[in-house]
Design a protein around this ligand. Sequence first.
Ligand SMILES: NC(=O)c1ccc[n+]([C@@H]2O[C@H](COP(=O)([O-])OP(=O)(O)OC[C@H]3O[C@@H](n4cnc5c(N)ncnc54)[C@H](O)[C@@H]3O)[C@@H](O)[C@H]2O)c1
Ligand SMILES: CC(C)[C@H](C(=O)O)[C@@H](O)C(=O)O
Ligand SMILES: [Mg+2]
Length: 356
Amino acid sequence: MALNIAVLPGDGIGPEIVAQALRVLEVLKKDGLDMTFTEAPLGGQAYDQYGHPYPEFTQKICRAADAVLLGAVGGPQYDTLDRPLRPERGLLAIRKDLGLFANLRPAVLFPELANASTLKPEVVAGLDIMIVRELTGDVYFGQPRGIRTNEEGVREGFNTMIYSEPEVRRIAHVAFEIAMKRGKKLCSVDKANVLETTEFWKEIVIDVAKEYPEVELSHMYVDNAAMQLIRNPKQFDVMVTGNIFGDILSDEASMLTGSIGMLASASLNESKQGLYEPSHGSAPDIAGKNLANPIATILSAAMMLRYSFDNEAAATRIENAVKKVLAAGYRTGDIYEEGTKRVSCSEMGDQIVAAM
Ligand SMILES: NC(=O)c1ccc[n+]([C@@H]2O[C@H](COP(=O)([O-])OP(=O)(O)OC[C@H]3O[C@@H](n4cnc5c(N)ncnc54)[C@H](O)[C@@H]3O)[C@@H](O)[C@H]2O)c1
Ligand SMILES: CC(C)[C@H](C(=O)O)[C@@H](O)C(=O)O
Ligand SMILES: [Mg+2]
């Protein structure tokens, strides 16, 4: 049966980077991998078309799909909309709707980009961290939330940081299972010295650890973790953390690999259905200029083949093509350095397609 893939280009650079990932997937299709692509709008694009950032039309297509490939959502032109209609709410809605609680963000340095990293080459050589971010809980979804005028007549904004025991248990299991397949080292990141929510998180992670005696578990406060990622990132193998800390730490970790344009992601639910998107946003500052780095999206498509379709060979084929193109010296602006060949978004796509 054909693999049924929903394609959501979204806003800003979304359509440009998704187009390149689709070209790469088309190569696999031509070589016999049976896939169907169904396009649907999400975010601002969906608001413009349907008046909602995650319209029923898109919901139906995504629920029926085996996997979803997404570009990015958002843009300044939507920032003044009513809160529930903003593009980012569409992204949160699809994550919740499909139950995509486990967000995997691999920060892996391609050796060819050692000089593009913000850290010294010797500090990042061989860097390979898997950030496991819980994606459907925390302050992102906790109720109550809003902006109000309190009893003293003072306006205030408020969110609720909350995690239930089952939510922490299931993401902890995902992280331990991943650690078992890698270096058997897991660091749980919290702010247990101040926040009850994450003190509770830590307690549950320690309990789940009893089922994984082979994994060396450590705990780190998020402020220290942010610093340690810059000081000595190779001390980490797998990191597990909540939604908001994971959002921030993964953007930080991306720069160790050269650029946010290199950081792929997989968002998985309890079955094999997943949403695959670059970790970055819609980059309004470079949108429509054919300047974006499509590699994070192309590597996300590789993650889709690996995690949703168990097709390790196809995933590796894409990753090797990316390696080959970087080794040949092709660079988009975000990872460009003197002596390399600067290419546009679509030219990077041309090179990766050719290397396939
Ligand atoms: N998953 C998502 O859809 C997602 C993620 C993050 C931000 N956003 C949204 O995107 C919009 C812009 O947010 P932002 O500016 O804070 O973050 P951003 O990630 O869009 O951009 C931050 C910086 O990184 C650069 N950048 C990002 N991706 C790049 C790529 N592939 N190649 C080269 N450079 C790249 C941008 O040009 C910009 O300078 C906002 O509306 C935000 O809410 C969406
Ligand atoms: C756009 C926003 C809702 C999103 C998040 O915070 O999860 C983004 O920053 C990400 O990292 O995917
Ligand atoms: Mg983010």
